[in-house]
Design a binder for this molecule. Structure first.
Ligand code: OXT
Ligand code: ADP
Ligand code: MG
Length: 576
């Protein structure tokens, strides 16, 4: 092993990393250059890979994570050492939390100096810091181990429950030379990186027996179901069983939201009423009120705590995490759903009509109420009137990908904008994290080639807004709509002390986010009316030019924390 100049028969760490990634079908890298990976980014590009270079690593990390969700292959984020690594870490932790496969590859400083804490350039024990925040973490010290390191990272990210993986590549590794033939032989093409996990026949029987006994069954589709890419069988399960289904946010579109069995518009009715709930790639976490309490009936409700659960999940320890799971079904969703379908046979009895018609009745009532609100066109615009436009645009462009973050801007979009195809809605996920917007939008455009519509709260946009330059630089078909209500949740809050500082929740009034896009050569439009918004969105989709629409929303239209106001701790002082 030497650092000698490369000869014809030699290769080096740089090229082995590139060759190992290419061998495993990875073609897009999301990152930000600098010591010690600057040359790596150049060489990756020279070797035919697409390198998307961001303005902040958190956004590159979010891009990699959502690329992983969309494709089922690990998304790669490449960063420099210590601060760049730390900037990428939030995205890595978020990917792990959301079960998105990604690999954060960070260059790092010299081990000998870091371990003796002698003050190297960007010194940090990155491996130790990453470990608790991801599914697996590896460091490669020798060029001949690069193949193994990358294979382990890929397998860890996508097998079983997907998640984030950290791969530490110290600066010295890149320049290490070795015999080219031996180098090639050391690389591993990962065979069957996400093996199917077939459910046990007795578990299938238990689940079907329980389902057969149900009078008010409900299917709950989560983002695991979207990730599994078993779209046709999931649809068949819903339709063959005749059971009403409720999609979690990122499972919207797995079946079109307009499907007659969708119970989205009757959510608060079906959760407490259901007697057997089939969870398909959805955890009973806070988003489902942990499977208990008022959302599920609670004290006093005739069905209080009466639900029985069938849970399909690849992670065996997910069952019983919040409430008892009566029929756990451990395996990959594709295999589990296929086995359920086979077990249901050809004459499966549909649920009692009293149940399905009660759901439909409740749903129709809510849909009609919503239609009334959507028909109004107030000035200034509110969430409903502006999102009614977005709803039409998405309906006309069902292949477009919708990215969504904010509080009111998130919650209203989720319930107003119907999705028609799987994996088209990408949002704040399990953590409700702000800052995913532009990273997700970039990756969505790069991975799919389809137009992207990003519906952003003005606060949410601020977390990743500088990436509009990236969107312009790569000329991506992204249309950003800022729901500009001048603040976090609302723009009308005042400093109660009467002091000169503004309330912590408000921004500069009348901010021209559209001009930010213009600064980089994109299209920036201010929309005061629904007609202006519609025209600007239609033009953006048609032209595929980077566009930012500053939609002016009534600054008093939102509520604190959107639909999750109840999660705010209330101070004793405020209560008095
Ligand atoms: O059944 P009922 O009657 O209840 O009605 C329901 C449905 O039946 C009905 N519905 C329909 N009706 C008719 N037709 C149709 N098609 C239909 N579909 C549904 O509508 C209602 C609601 O349905 P839904 O949504 O399904 O049901 P519900 O009860 O809301 O579901 C519960 C939940 C929990 C599943 C759901 O609410 C949910 O998914 N919530 C996610 C919430 C979330 O994640 N929020 C984001 C975090 S908020 C906060 O943390 C923010 N911060 C702090 C911060 C964060 N997050 N991150 C970081 C890094 N730093 C700080 C900040 C700073 S948000 C935020 C910025 C906010 O300001 P912005 O300017 O960005 O945004 P604005 O608020 O717009 O100003
Ligand atoms: P949501 O937020 O939409 O409710 P969650 O992120 O809570 O969804 O749940 C996703 C679940 O899906 C996780 O428990 C994860 O283990 C599971 N999962 C992910 N991919 C698969 C798969 N291919 N097969 C089975 N389960 C999966
Ligand atoms: Mg706002």
């Amino acid at each position: 092993m030497t650092n000698d100049t490369q000869t014809a028969e030699q290769t080096d760490g740089f090229h082995l990393v590139i060759d190992a990634l290419k061998l495993n079908g990875i073609s897009n890298i999301y990152g930000l250059p600098g010591i010690p990976i600057t040359d790596l980014t150049r060489m990756l590009q020279a070797e035919g890979m697409r390198v998307i270079s961001f303005r902040h690593e958190q956004n590159a990390g979010n891009a990699a994570a959502i690329a992983g969700f969309m494709t089922g292959k690990p998304g790669i984020c490449l960063t420099v050492s210590a601060p760049g690594f730390l900037n990428g870490l939030t995205a890595l932790a978020n990917a792990t939390t959301n079960c998105f496969p990604m690999i954060l590859i960070s260059g790092s400083s010299e081990r000998e100096i870091v371990d003796l804490q002698q003050g190297d350039y960007e010194e940090m024990d990155q491996l130790a810091i990453a470990k608790p925040l991801c599914k697996a973490a590896f460091r490669v010290l020798n060029a001949e181990d690069i193949g193994v390191g990358i294979a382990r990272a890929i397998r860890s990210a996508v097998s079983g429950r997907p998640g984030g993986v950290y791969l530490d590549l110290p600066a010295k590794l890149f320049g290490q030379a070795m015999d080219a033939a031996a180098g090639k032989a050391s690389l591993i093409k990962v065979v069957d990186p996400a093996p199917r996990q077939i459910p046990a026949p007795d578990a299938i029987k238990r689940a079907l027996d329980l389902l057969k006994s149900a009078k008010k069954p409900l299917i709950l589709l989560g983002k695991g179901a979207a990730y599994a890419q078993a779209d046709a069988d999931i649809r068949l399960l819903v339709e063959k069983s005749g059971i009403p289904y409720l999609p979690m946010s990122m499972a919207k579109g797995l079946l079109p939201d307009t499907h007659e069995q969708s119970a989205s518009a009757a959510r608060s009715f079906v959760l407490p009423e259901a007697d057997v709930v089939v969870l398909v790639g959805a955890r009973l976490n806070w988003l489902l009120s942990h499977g208990k309490g008022k959302t599920w009936g609670g004290k006093g409700h005739k069905n209080a705590g009466g639900q029985k659960f069938i849970q399909i999940d690849i992670s065996p320890t997910e069952a019983d995490s919040n409430v008892a799971i009566d029929a756990p079904l451990v395996g990959d969703i594709g295999s589990c759903v296929a086995a359920l379908l086979a077990g249901m046979g050809s004459n499966w009895a549909k649920p009692p009509a009293e149940w399905t018609s009660a759901v439909t009745e409740r749903k129709n009532k809510n849909v009609a109420k919503m239609a009334e609100t959507l028909a109004k066109d107030p000035s200034p615009m509110n969430y409903h009137s502006s999102l009614n436009v977005v709803r039409d645009i998405v309906k006309a462009n069902p292949d477009a990908i919708l990215v969504n973050e904010g509080a009111n801007a998130l919650d209203f979009t989720r319930s107003i904008v119907d999705m028609y195809k799987p994996r088209k809605r990408l949002d704040v996920g399990t953590w409700g994290v702000m800052g995913i917007g532009m990273g997700f939008a970039v990756a969505a455009a790069v991975e799919s080639g389809q137009p992207v519509i990003a519906i952003e709260g003005d606060s949410a946009f601020g977390f990743s807004g500088m990436e509009v330059e990236t969107i312009c630089r790569y000329n991506l078909p992204v249309c950003i709509v800022i729901m500009n209500n001048n603040g976090v949740y609302r723009g009308d809050e005042v400093n109660v002390t009467g002091g000169k500082d503004p309330s912590p929740l408000v921004f500069v009034k009348g901010a021209r986010y559209d001009m930010l896009m213009q600064a980089f050569g994109g299209v920036g439009v201010q929309a005061n009316t629904t007609a202006e918004l519609r025209k600007a969105m239609e033009e953006a989709i048609k032209s595929r030019r980077p566009t930012l629409i500053n939609a002016i929303i009534d600054e008093g239209a939102g509520t604190e924390s959107g639909r999750i106001t109840s999660l705010n701790p209330t101070s004793a002082a405020k209560k008095k």
